[in-house]
Write a protein that binds this ligand. Structure first.
Ligand code: NI
Length: 141
């Protein structure tokens, strides 16, 4: 088997606030810094979606990169780009914080089922030039 990994980059901008409702303002600011700002603030995120599969014998593609773009946009980017991650989408309920960590898990859950002919291998989500997270899907232990 000749498995190849293909990565597509997409970008989106979103606003968020990290805030534990039963903590004091001071506690929140100490934990979350700028991200606790009461009036929200924004990040320019970069999302790297890596899929794995064998190149098709006819097309040579693991997946058509344009199709991959469409899937990422339909299920992820169109929901997140220029959205308030706390208020405009229902991905973060019950005090689940819209951190980059929780965001990458939510993106995985929305993307995985829609990929055909290849499998989702890895996501990388860049929040700032110094901070990024990676996720390989839920572990089955
Ligand atoms: Ni932030």
């Amino acid at each position: 088997m000749q498995e190849v990994f293909l990565t597509r980059r997409e970008r989106f901008s979103g606003a968020h606030k990290l805030y534990v409702s039963h903590w004091s303002k001071e506690q929140n600011e100490e934990m979350f810094g700028k991200c606790a700002n009461a009036n929200f603030h924004g990040h320019n995120y970069e999302l790297f979606v890596t899929v794995a599969g064998q190149p098709d014998p006819v097309t040579g593609f693991v997946i058509n990169a344009t199709d991959l773009k469409s899937i990422i946009h339909e299920y992820v980017i169109d929901h997140l780009d220029h959205a308030n991650l706390n208020l405009d989408i229902d991905w973060f309920q019950n005090d689940l914080q819209p951190t980059t960590e929780n965001l990458i898990i939510a993106i995985w859950d929305r993307l995985e089922a829609h990929l055909k002919g290849c499998r989702l291998h890895k996501l990388r989500l860049v929040e700032t030039e110094n901070i990024s997270v990676e996720y390989f899907g839920p572990t089955h232990s």
